[in-house]
Ligand binder design. Sequence first.
Ligand code: S3P
Length: 434
Amino acid sequence: MEFKLLPGGDITGEARVPGDKSISHRSIMLGALAEGVTRVSGFLEGEDALATVAAFRDMGVQIEGPEDGRVTIHGVGLNGLRAPERPLDLGNSGTSIRLLAGLLAGQPFSCDLTGDESLRGRPMGRVIDPLTLMGADIHGADGGRPPLHISGGKRLTGIRYDLPMASAQVKSCVLLAGLYASGTTSVTEPAPTRDHTERMLRGFGYDVTNRDGVISLAGGGSLQAAAIDVPADISSAAFFLVAASIAPGSDLLLTHVGINPTRIGVINILKLMGADITLRNQREVGGEPVADILVRHAPLRGIEIPQDQVPLAIDEFPALFIAAACAQGRTVLRGAGELRVKESDRIASMAEGLTTLGIHNEVLDDGIIIDGGTIGGGVIRTFHDHRIAMSFAIAALRAEEEIRVLDCDHVATSFPGFDALARGLGLQISAMTD
Ligand code: S3P
C-alpha cells in the first residue's frame, strides 16, 4: 500500500488518535501475570500490540478482544504461564521482544522469540547483557540479533544495573526479570525514559521505588488485576501536532492524549520552535496524566534541540524533522544516536526523503542539521518504517507538488486508520493498494 498526497490543505476539527502503544503492550503483559481479571479500554488495535496479545495466548493466557478498544485478560499469576508450542513471533515490535525477553528469562520453560525482517535486524545485546548478569541463559543470532533463544529453569539473582543507553525497553526488561529474581533488582538510567512499566506495576500493587534515580523492586511479590484506561498515544498525536502547526489556517483539538512527563518532548520542542499549543482539561487517568491538546498554525523557527528533551521525544523526531523543514532557519539535533536503531535508521531514512523533497540537510553520526525551506514533491521510500511514512504524509500540507509515499503497510503497526483520520481532518491523502 502507498499513500498519494496532493499538496496543501489545513488540519481542522477534533480527533482522538488510537491508544498508547507502550501502555497497551504493558497492559497485556502485566494483566497476564496478575491474579484476577484485568479489563482494558482504549487499547491500541495495532499490529504491534496484537503481537503481544498473540504471544500471551500462545502461553496459555485467555484474552478476550480487542473489540472497540476493550480487552479482558484472565491473569494466570506470575508463575502461571505455559510453554509456547512454537516460537513467539513478535512481528515488527521491539517493545514486545525486549520486554518479553525479561519476563521469560526466569520461567521454568524454554522458548524462542523472533520477528519480521526489520526486528531481526535490531540489536538485542542490550537486553542479553543484563539478563545474563542476572543468571539467565539467553542467546541471539549473529551479532546479538533475533531470533532469541531462552533456556528455562535458570535461577535469577537481582542486580544493580547502570543502563548504558537511555532505553525504556531495556529498563523494563530488567525490571520484569527482577519480578522473578531473588533479592532486589535496581536500574539507573543516563537520562529519564518513559516510566509506564513502573507506574503500571504500582497500579497492580507492586512496590517499585525511585530514590534519586535508582529504580528498584524486590522479586517474589504478586500482581493484582486492575482496570486500565489507555490514553491516546502522544506519539501518534505528534503527527497532527506538527501537521496543524505547519499548515496555515489549522485549528485542531486532540482529545484524551497521554502527557506523561517522560513523553512530552514533542510538545516542549514544538513550543520552543514557536508552536501554538495549549493543554486543556488536565487530569489523571489510571496513574497516567492526560489532557486535551489544542494546536493552531503558527510560524516555526529553527532551534538547537536541547539534549534533555531527546529521550523525551525519541519516537517523535521523524515528525519533528518535518516541522524543522517548514521552519525559518536551521534546526540542529545531536545526541540522538538511538534513532539509528529504531524500526529503520531514522536519521538516514528521513535525510533521504528530505533531500528528495528539496530540503537541505546534513547527516551527523548522532543527529542531523536541517535547513528550513520550500518542500517540493516526489517519491519517498519508507524503509518499512511506520513513522517515516506518516511523517512524509503530513509534509504534503506544505508541499508544492504531489508526494507519493511508498510501502506504507507498516503504518498499521502503531496507527491503524491513519489515512482515514487524516483525511477527515483535511489532509489530501489517498491510500493505493498495489
Ligand atoms: C518504548 C521505548 C522506546 C520507544 C519505543 C517504545 C517502550 O524504545 O522508541 O517505541 O514502550 O518502552 P527504546 O527503549 O529502545 O528507546
